[in-house]
Design a protein around this ligand. Structure first.
Ligand SMILES: [Zn+2]
Ligand SMILES: [Zn+2]
Length: 456
């Protein structure tokens, strides 16, 4: 470092090879606020001067945020630039970007890490259809859509795809809109690729200074990256809020290298996506679960005026009977609720049946532990919002939806929820009940789609 600082005084002698490799490893593919860099300011100044790092304003001349692209700016009196300034409201959660904020990105030499085969430590075997789809996605080398029914074992399909990219010295990101899915995927990927450090990023996650060729991140965290990845796998591509949020779509595009490609993986693609990708012959489909059994078909059961009953301190009779059955048969269960509010009204009532039952929702800091407790058999069941509609696998799980007619349960959500049941070879079926206060087209559509997939 002394050497570097001496160079700082003699900028005319800057060498294209003399840069801090730790700084390179940290910044390559990232976009970072200068004052939050975990390196000495002199080191950074040297690298800017030597054109290893590019520095630019946080807000562009066209008044958009350089990190997230938003134009949703707020004016304020800035203590930094001592005047009227503005900052981006949309990505403030990752640290404020204002007009006078300096952002940095690496423009020096790229990183070359040649990983040696075998790189994959996963010992499992793929079913013939899993293997076919993985081969198609590897061979195709362009944007690709993998449509895999719930329980098809799509994570396993991603292992050989990732292995192929790593052996080509490419950088990969597996991204998903949901933190829960990141938490579920990260340990599985780390186990499948033990020789490398798999980094995971989500709101409030650990902060890595090292370079990793394999990253698991929420779509939102991708805003911290730019032209970083050769392959971005978007898992659960249709999960809220990805379908609705154009900005997160942009984040994927920005985090990808210009030469990079995107692989979308989902159990519930839209018709438009399916048509678009199959026309370009970049669509792969797995119609069967990995164990070969049918997808469970939901049963409808009326639960008239359930919210009024809960608010009067009563568990609707049919739901009550179902819960008692699950508890007495010692079968783990999930009950999906349309809102946190109703769920919290129902929780103390349901806990009278069995006190260990817990509730989880998006802003619950203990939800990871609660899901683990269900997995470990320490609690017999959880009440949940749609937060657990996907990315969760629990042996012999029984599922009920309360208020399946609610708008929040669109057909994709209902198909995903149904997909939680019967995922194991040793327990390929289970209870799946949609309790409702009136039927909807979304419910009918979910059932007809599941039946259609079972016929394929
Ligand atoms: Zn922003
Ligand atoms: Zn300012």
């Amino acid at each position: 470092m002394l050497k570097l600082q001496r160079r700082l005084l003699l900028p005319q002698k800057v060498s294209p090879h003399l840069f801090d490799h730790k700084l390179q490893a940290f910044l390559v593919g990232r976009i970072w606020i200068a004052e939050k860099m975990p390196f000495h300011p002199d080191t950074i100044t040297y690298h800017i001067h030597a054109h290893f790092i590019e520095q630019f304003q946080g807000i562009t001349e066209k008044n958009s945020c350089r990190r997230c692209g938003s134009q949703n700016l707020q004016k304020f009196d800035c203590s930094q630039c001592k005047g009227s300034c503005s900052y981006c409201l949309d990505c403030i959660i990752m640290g404020r970007i204002s007009r006078c904020t300096k952002l940095l990105r690496w423009v020096g030499p790229p990183i070359h890490i040649q990983l040696k085969s075998p790189i994959m430590t996963w010992q499992g075997t793929l079913t013939p259809s899993q293997k076919m789809v993985a081969d198609e996605a590897v061979r195709h080398e362009k944007d690709h859509l993998i449509h895999a029914v719930t329980g098809a074992g799509k994570t396993e399909i991603l292992f050989p795809i990732s292995e192929d990219a790593l052996l080509k010295n490419q950088r990969i990101c597996v991204t998903t809109p949901r933190t829960d899915v990141v938490l579920e995927l990260s340990p599985r990927f780390q186990k499948a690729f033990e020789k490398i450090q798999v980094q995971s990023y989500y709101g409030g996650s650990e902060f890595y200074k090292e370079y990793s060729p394999l990253i698991i991140a929420t779509t939102h965290q991708l805003l911290r990256f730019e032209a970083a990845f050769d392959v971005i796998i978007v898992d659960e591509a249709d999960a809220f809020p990805y379908t609705f949020d154009e900005k997160l779509r942009q984040a994927v595009k920005k985090a990808k290298k210009a030469s990079g490609r995107t692989i979308l993986v989902t159990a519930t693609p839209t018709k438009l996506e399916r048509t678009r990708f199959s026309q370009r012959k970049c669509y792969s489909f797995i119609a069967r679960r990995f164990h070969g059994k049918d997808l469970p078909v939901p049963k409808f059961d009326s639960l008239w005026q359930y919210d009024r009953q809960f608010n009067q301190g009563i568990i609707p009779r049919k739901l009550r009977n179902w819960l008692i059955k699950c508890v007495s048969e010692n079968k783990p269960f999930l009950v999906f609720f349309p809102s946190v509010k109703l769920m919290m009204v129902a929780l103390p009532l349901i806990q009278k049946i069995e006190h260990s039952i817990l509730a989880v929702h998006a802003s619950d800091p203990n939800r990871k532990e609660s899901v683990q407790a269900l997995r470990d058999g320490k609690v017999c069941g959880l009440l949940t919002t749609t937060i657990l509609e996907r990315g969760i696998t629990i042996f012999n799980l029984q599922v009920a939806v309360v208020g399946a007619e609610n708008r929040i349960f669109d057909h994709a959500a209902l198909i995903q929820i149904s997909g939680r049941v019967g995922r194991s070879k040793d327990a390929p079926s289970g209870d799946l009940i949609f309790f409702h206060d009136g039927l909807t087209r979304q419910m009918d559509f979910a059932v007809s789609e599941i039946k259609r997939l079972n016929r394929l």
